[in-house]
Design a protein around this ligand. Sequence first.
Ligand SMILES: NC(=O)c1ccc[n+]([C@@H]2O[C@H](COP(=O)([O-])OP(=O)(O)OC[C@H]3O[C@@H](n4cnc5c(N)ncnc54)[C@H](O)[C@@H]3O)[C@@H](O)[C@H]2O)c1
Length: 340
Amino acid sequence: MNHRKVEERFLVTGALGCIGAWTVRALVREGVPVVAFDLGRNHRRLDQIMTREELAEVTFLVGDITDLTAIEVALDEHRITNVVHLAALQVPFCRADPPLGALVNVVGTVNVFEAVKRRLDRMAPLVYTSSMGAYSAADVNPVTGRLHEGGEAHPTTHYGVYKVANEGTARIYALDDGLSSIGLRPMTVYGAGRDQGMTSSPTVAIAAAVLGLPFTITFGGRTLFQYAEDVAGTLMAASRSSLDGAHVFNLGGHPVDISTWVEAIEAIVPDAAGLLTITPTELPFPSEIDHAGLAAIGPVPVTPFLDGIHATVEIFRGLAAEGRLVGTEQGLAATPAGSA
Ligand SMILES: NC(=O)c1ccc[n+]([C@@H]2O[C@H](COP(=O)([O-])OP(=O)(O)OC[C@H]3O[C@@H](n4cnc5c(N)ncnc54)[C@H](O)[C@@H]3O)[C@@H](O)[C@H]2O)c1
């Protein structure tokens, strides 16, 4: 069993990514010490949503989760009590380089668990992101059409297989060592900073709309949207829960048709009417997802999707006004279709 210390000091792996940036921001706004551990050195996602004063509160460490010693040193030098593990390669990167994907997503995750296990007496439950990518669309219940909790996973990507492995790693560290953990399975996370990955294009579409550029969303049909700020809040609630054992929860949110998503963007950014189009191919993942089990960690934030799109438009408009909304940094191609 992990035992919490009263004074929290968080380490966030993958802190320079989309969900990481929102998690770091939320912790800084609470006045909680936070160490941002990431292989990268580009702080742009944090710069987009945090003030200079807020950024000055963050301790940045350049580190690789495939290096167990680097994680251990970070945990000890900064007397870390809470770990939120987000570092991973997303679906397209795992597909492009499966051995590297396995090294980062599987071995890297084992390293994070191992480092926490070796100092269990001072650690809150280890919180990490699994993914709805662990499931395929065919894993839904044939009668209800919903993904039921506890349903068997048959992933269709390397990434999904690695996430299933992560959940197994968590289970074995609980069995062998009493390490408590909470894994969350997001589906389609959106919001400022969501500029890469298989389900990033609904957010890229918001940036395109604000920039007045044409853009095609890479999938159609329906998906479960989760606002990045809500995911960050849920990760923190999980870290502060006192659950024992290895738990994995599906994340809630709003199931929305991509056509409805485009209409919502056009309503908020009227000048973008006609710029956004949709690839009809549906995602190979469930969209109707049971998530009642998540209540075990207490109340969590769920922003209505219209509010989340609105907030994202406001952030992007603010950046654009300062000349800081750069298409290539927001997942847009260097030469937009139709402009060459
Ligand atoms: N975004 C989504 O919709 C979504 C859905 C389901 C699950 N997830 C999971 O949530 C987590 C965070 O997702 P995100 O959207 O913020 O991803 P992201 O791609 O925006 O960020 C990932 C971060 O991990 C870092 N990283 C990569 N390899 C590393 C290494 N070896 N050592 C240290 N850092 C490394 C990258 O530099 C990057 O900053 C991931 O585990 C992802 O699989 C995301």
